[in-house]
Design a protein around this ligand. Structure first.
Ligand code: NDP
Ligand code: OXD
Length: 310
């Protein structure tokens, strides 16, 4: 019995050390040097090559190495009967909230405008703004969205949320639920944060028709998945002045091509999918726990519903 580390873009060594700290008897094999595939009973996946899971016939469970599972759900070779878990970790939550707070404050306080003025050595105050005029709307009120709402409201933003089911969270001034309430949510939003999982229903949701429903001079922060956004529609909305700026951590194609128009756009800030990176030190404990649960045939922590897609 062994765990397969099938995460080509990640360094396996910190994961091997962190897993050994919780259980030194677990063997972790790193794809593609996995030896006899029949030894593999549990797999850790992150942006794995499609169908690379096929040789492992004795798998009893799979865990994503992150919060999202779209890379697993989008691979038809993943056996449908296997339980799939994801990472739910206070470190991941904290790091995402830091990012969302940073982006919302930078957009609201016009940091791009002041960077430009500094480059031109110009001492030129821009019109001051009131935080009350910048309500933040968060799409996705899950582990990450809820904590971001708490931290944004603690610094003075008015925060509203949109999710499948209505929430009763003190950090929200209003909770919107379902497609029927999306337009009302957007009409009350000036800084839109996407923290949705990527599913059949949410792919391409950040599009021209959605941008049209936002308040004028709104901003977008996309920290969920690149495929939530129709990239050409964002450029259209920015160039038409409907949107004032965007802060993007995720892209349809990663790494972002060097000739992609987002790089040079004066109203777009780009980071290379670093909003919140799973930390082996904090996340390994639940992986070890899930490995043992799977081997005993017990239900997994943070199991996802593949039909729902999250
Ligand atoms: P959760 O599963 O905890 O929360 C998902 C939320 O989205 C829930 O509130 C759910 O509603 C809502 N939702 C799902 N589908 C819909 C829909 N069709 N309409 C309205 N609301 C919907 O996820 P997390 O908060 O843990 O993570 C969210 C995403 O963030 C991940 O899937 C991942 O893609 C991304 N991420 C990005 C990172 C980065 O570094 N850029 C790092 C980590 C995660 P309900 O509560 O009613 O079920
Ligand atoms: C995640 C991510 O889903 O890092 O955890 O994107």
């Amino acid at each position: 019995m062994a765990i397969l580390f099938l995460c080509p873009s990640k360094d396996p060594i910190p994961w091997q050390h962190a897993i050994a700290r919780y259980d030194p008897n677990i063997e972790v094999r790193v794809w593609p040097e996995y030896g006899d595939p029949s030894d593999i009973t549990f797999a850790l996946l992150w942006n794995h090559p499609r169908a690379s899971i096929k040789p492992f016939q004795n798998l009893m469970a799979i865990s994503s190495l992150g919060a999202g599972i779209d890379h697993i759900n989008n691979d038809p070779a993943i056996p449908k009967h296997l339980p799939i878990a994801r990472i739910v970790d206070p470190g991941l939550v904290q790091s995402m909230s830091e990012y969302v707070l940073m982006a919302a404050l930078q957009l609201f306080r016009q940091s791009k405008g002041y960077e430009r003025l500094q480059q031109q050595t110009e001492w030129q105050p821009l019109s001051p703004r009131q935080i009350a005029d910048f309500p933040v709307g968060i799409m996705g009120m899950g582990q990450l969205g809820h904590d971001a709402a708490k931290k944004l409201s603690a610094v003075g933003f008015s925060v509203i949320g949109w999710s499948q089911s209505r929430k009763d969270y003190p950090a929200l001034s209003h909770s919107f639920a379902g497609e029927a309430e999306l337009a009302a949510f957007l009409a009350a939003t000036r800084i839109l944060v996407c923290l949705l999982p990527l599913t059949r229903k949410t792919r391409g949701i950040l599009n021209a028709s959605l941008f049209d429903k936002l308040q004028h001079d709104s901003y977008l922060i996309n920290v969920a998945r690149g495929a939530h956004l129709v990239e050409s529609d964002l450029l259209g909305a920015l160039n038409a002045g409907q949107l004032k700026g965007a802060y993007l951590d995720v892209f349809e194609e990663e790494p972002l091509r060097s000739d992609h128009p987002f790089w040079q756009h004066p109203s777009i800030t780009i980071t290379p999918h670093i909003a919140s990176i799973t930390n082996p030190q904090t996340a390994a404990k639940q992986i070890v726990e899930n490995y043992h649960r799977a081997m005993r045939g017990e239900s997994l922590l943070h199991r996802v519903d593949l039909e729902k897609g999250y």
